[in-house]
Write a protein that binds this ligand. Sequence first.
Ligand SMILES: *[C@@H]1O[C@H](CO)[C@@H](O)[C@H](O)[C@H]1NC(C)=O
Ligand SMILES: *[C@@H]1O[C@H](CO)[C@@H](O)[C@H](O)[C@H]1NC(C)=O
Length: 411
Amino acid sequence: MMKLCFWAFAISLLSSIAAVPNAVPTERISGSAGDVLEDNPVGRLKVYVYDLPSKYNKKTLQKDPRCLTHMFAAEIYMHRFLLNSPVRTLNPDEADWFYTPIYVTCDLTPNGLPLPFKSPRMMRSAIQLISSNWPYWNRTEGADHFFVVPHDFGACFHYQEEKAIDRGILPLLQRATLVQTFGQRHHVCLNEGSITIPPYCPPQKMKTHLIPPETPRSIFVYFRGLFYDVNNDPEGGYYARGARAAVWENFKNNPLFDISTDHPTTYYEDMQRAIFCLCPLGWAPWSPRLVEAVVFGCIPVIIADDIVLPFADAIPWEEIGVFVDEKDVSNLDTILTSIPPDVILRKQRLLANPSMKRAMMFPQPAQSGDAFHQILNGLARKLPHDKGIYLKPGERILNWTAGPVGDLKPW
Ligand SMILES: *[C@@H]1O[C@H](CO)[C@@H](O)[C@H](O)[C@H]1NC(C)=O
Ligand SMILES: *[C@@H]1O[C@H](CO)[C@@H](O)[C@H](O)[C@H]1NC(C)=O
């Protein structure tokens, strides 16, 4: 009897919300840093782009053009963006920030997975070069430099968490500001002061799949993707920390849950027909699920304890999404059906704000308010630099021989 009531309730809820079309009015967005999503960074910071030999950037891309469409492609587009950005200065003496254009994740296996094994040596080699050819690195040992390190565990440079933790952040990058997709609180691979960014999702491709905004949202919960990493983790305890396996085991037969491993050609359209999109993210927001949900106005259901989401000081994720603790996944149906319709409508209004969607994308050409601009805004908010970052003459803090011996080999 209880069960029956529950379903009757769920279905009436679904039918009342299904009437909510995609075209909902928008609402302004402010994060903990204030109403900053639409800030214009021009005039608030100056960035000097080091001119490095092309073997650190363009040549690696020539070897493998797939790096341009990979989810870590932000490292390449950020370089291109900065070269033509009005915040760029050609005079390093007036720069607030120094940027080293280096494509550390552009080393893909035949299957397209990035291998981070050469990254530490490549990074070390680049830092050696900038520190001997320009005076700016030695002034602060990197404290006014930023690096884009979009790999799985950022500057820990390993895709297995245990190994990444063992390695820690590359010692030479300890003082730099890291711009990374990896974001997990209390984790050695996330430094205080890092900027967490979304993964790269192809903007043109997503645009071609937009459906008419008046289309009703008739799917309650939607997810497409793997539930188990059959090769590396058949039991499902490690992959996405078991959250995906738990979703599947609990809800594979639940009619409110449209979940499957099949990736239909209507994938992007389906997200625009759904009210909730599951984002079982594991350790980091690098899954494209979050970006897709936001772009398509589907409320992201974030299952990832302690995650640090992209631009979290500018975007009020708690108000936009639904956060479900990993231990509560088995109650997802009750949790989602108990959210009052007016709360759902408010989240949909916030998601409909175009500034929210823009902040998640790296479009070509860049647009004001996009992810490039959010990175610059984040850097601008860190200014002015603390006077304490400048070292006294002869003072040295970094240890050039720390870290695994293998990293010390020339690149
Ligand atoms: C920076 O310091 C290193 C040693 O710590 C030195 O080898 C290098 O020449 C210095 N760079 C400049 C531009 O003086
Ligand atoms: C630098 O690191 C190496 C390797 O861990 C260590 O042997 C050495 O003592 C350290 N140097 C300083 C000055 O701390």
